[in-house]
Design a binder for this molecule. Structure first.
Ligand SMILES: [Zn+2]
Ligand SMILES: [Zn+2]
Length: 342
């Protein structure tokens, strides 16, 4: 089969590799569509916890192609979204019901073979049938599951005044979960007008277009929207400069949620006195486990909308163009790889 294969950071080719065989409890999927996201840009650079050689692609939607031994609940031909996380079940954190911190966390497309390939092998119990969802919705199951976990971590107090930086795919999904999850006012701040238009069409109350080159001006405008600050401020950009702003925009007793993935070497400056005196809470949310069923439920009912998010589709051999579009094409909100060309 053909697959994207990195032998080290920044060096990949689309090449012929052996088609994987499913082992006990596993199934092989023929990839239908695989989302490309900011995580893939970090992995391209060798970040996150990528392990090489690597076939990335963690937002997996495919058709069941072959069942491994002992698989009973799936049929060949079924279209599924596959949760890419594989947990050991026996480390201290798994045994404490904190599986996201699994010491042996195995994540297809990050440190195990993912779906920027014609075929991918996944755990059978991680497959969720999505035959009723269009492909451009199904490809949002994994990002929506991550936003769902972010909501679990945040534990939003109903009636909160919420500010979210970033109008990328996961920011747009999370903003909707916040709207429906009890925010009294939902504000999204981001630089790109068409993304803010989408946010408004999804029910966000306020949008603020911020000029990346002038962070103080943006902060001043946002400060002017409240008397004492926002109850909750969320970074969904992964920019350290934005995270730094989040602290000062948060109301006394409020919460900052670090949701975007920054670089591992990034640092922010804040005053510990401010955290202490204003009793601020800083939370982090990374990835997800066990959120796929709720993600699919929200997408299926239309409570979370994704129309307009998938802007670009590429074939497998165009993987480099997909990364480039995500990195520098301002008209690109989310690209996806369609291995068989659609
Ligand atoms: Zn992703
Ligand atoms: Zn574990």
């Amino acid at each position: 089969m053909n697959a994207v294969v990195y032998d080290r950071p920044r060096h990949f080719e689309v090449t012929e590799v052996p088609t994987p065989e499913p082992g006990p409890g596993e199934v092989r999927l023929r990839s239908s569509i695989t989302g490309v996201c900011g995580t893939d840009l970090h992995i391209h650079e060798g970040g996150f916890f990528a392990a090489y050689p690597l076939t990335p692609g963690h937002e997996i939607v495919g058709v069941v192609d072959r069942l491994g031994p002992e698989v009973e609940d799936l049929q060949p031909g079924q279209r599924v979204a596959a949760d890419n996380t594989v947990l050991c079940g026996r480390c201290d954190f798994c045994r404490r019901d904190q599986p996201l911190f699994c010491r042996n966390f195995y994540s297809l497309g990050v440190n195990g073979p993912g779906a920027f390939a014609e075929y991918v092998v996944v755990r059978a119990e991680k497959c969720f049938p999505v035959e009723d969802l269009p492909l451009d919705v199904a490809v949002m199951v994994e990002p929506t599951a991550c936003a769902m976990h972010g909501m679990d971590v945040l534990n939003l107090r109903p009636g909160s005044d919420v500010l979210l930086f970033g109008a990328g795919p996961t920011g747009l999904v999370m903003a909707q979960l916040l709207v429906h999850g009890g925010a009294a006012r939902m504000t999204v701040a981001a630089p790109t007008a068409f993304k803010l238009d989408l946010a408004r069409s999804y029910g966000v109350d306020e949008t603020v277009q911020v000029d990346r080159s002038d962070p103080p001006a943006a902060a001043a405008r946002l400060k002017g929207m409240t008397e004492y600050g926002f109850d909750v401020v969320i970074d969904a950009t992964g920019s350290a400069a934005v995270v730094e702003q989040c602290v000062s925009l948060t109301k006394d007793g409020g919460t900052v949620l670090v949701y975007g993935m920054s670089g591992e070497q990034d640092r922010v400056r804040f005053s510990p006195y401010e955290i202490f005196r204003r009793e601020l809470t800083v939370k982090g949310s990374f990835a997800q486990t066990h959120c796929f069923d709720r993600s699919i439920a929200a997408l299926r009912s239309g409570r979370v909308r994704t129309d307009g998010i998938l802007t670009h589709r590429f074939g497998l051999t165009e993987f480099g163009s997909a990364l480039e579009a995500l990195r520098s094409d301002r008209s690109c909100l989310k690209p996806a790889i369609v291995p068989d060309g659609g």
